[in-house]
Design a protein around this ligand. Structure first.
Ligand code: TMP
Length: 209
């Protein structure tokens, strides 16, 4: 038995956490078994790694150390949550996954997308999503949304300059273009209900019969 693995990706302020929760609710309303996880985090170990990663005091973190910490949290989440849930036939919805490392560390930090893809394979044992929803919007609008939600308290990544987030957005769009069968790319500025409807419809179409 194998469930379905759905991930959400996007720059800061893209609304993916909201949409992943709405998808989960929609699936539950239809009586389907689905679980929600988030990255970095989603396990007790991963949440501690998340605190280290996002702490704005950790200004001197080396790009490779950052990548390895994201991968450590991911490896734990795959082993503890994702694989067991998929094996029992559940739908797993994950708020960020491997593409985030390709976009943020590979693109944003400039570590290169090939290195990060290879490291992702090591961390996840090669587990790739069946469907990835990329919520796209211009960087300045995303960052403005984040600031409005969390005034004066940006985390370590949110505090990066505009150019960093531009590189992340570009990398996400490149990944999606290279793998059109896996991606659903939506303009996240559209009405929330319409986004939820399209995402649910796409997930339903991918469910094993
Ligand atoms: P969040 O905003 O989805 O909670 O994610 C936390 C931050 O971590 C966000 O700025 C994106 C960043 N991130 C990476 O840089 N690399 C990764 O692999 C993941 C999963 C997140």
């Amino acid at each position: 038995m194998r469930g379905l693995f759905v991930t959400f990706e996007g720059i800061e302020g893209s609304g993916k956490s909201t949409q992943s929760r709405l998808l989960l609710r929609g699936l539950h309303d239809e009586g389907r078994e689905a679980v929600l996880a988030r990255e970095p985090g989603g396990t007790a170990i991963g949440e501690r790694v998340r605190d280290v990663l996002l702490d704005p005091r950790h200004t001197g973190m080396a790009a490779r150390a950052e990548l390895l910490l994201y991968l450590a949290a991911r490896a734990q989440l795959v082993a503890e949550v994702i694989v067991p849930a998929l094996d029992s036939g559940k739908i797993v919805v994950c708020d960020r996954y491997g593409d985030a490392s390709v976009a943020y560390q590979g693109g944003g930090r400039g570590l290169g997308t090939e290195l990060v893809r290879e490291m992702n394979r090591v961390a996840t044992g090669g587990l790739s999503p069946d469907l990835t929803v990329l919520l796209d919007l211009p960087v300045d609008e995303g960052l403005a949304r984040t600031r409005a939600r969390n005034p004066g308290r940006p985390d370590r990544l949110e505090a990066e300059p505009l150019e960093f987030h531009e590189r992340v957005r570009r990398a996400y769009l490149d990944i999606a273009e290279a793998e059109p069968a896996r991606f659903l790319v939506l303009d996240s500025r559209g009405p929330s209900e319409e986004l939820t409807r399209r995402i649910l419809e796409t997930v339903r179409a991918r469910l094993p019969r």
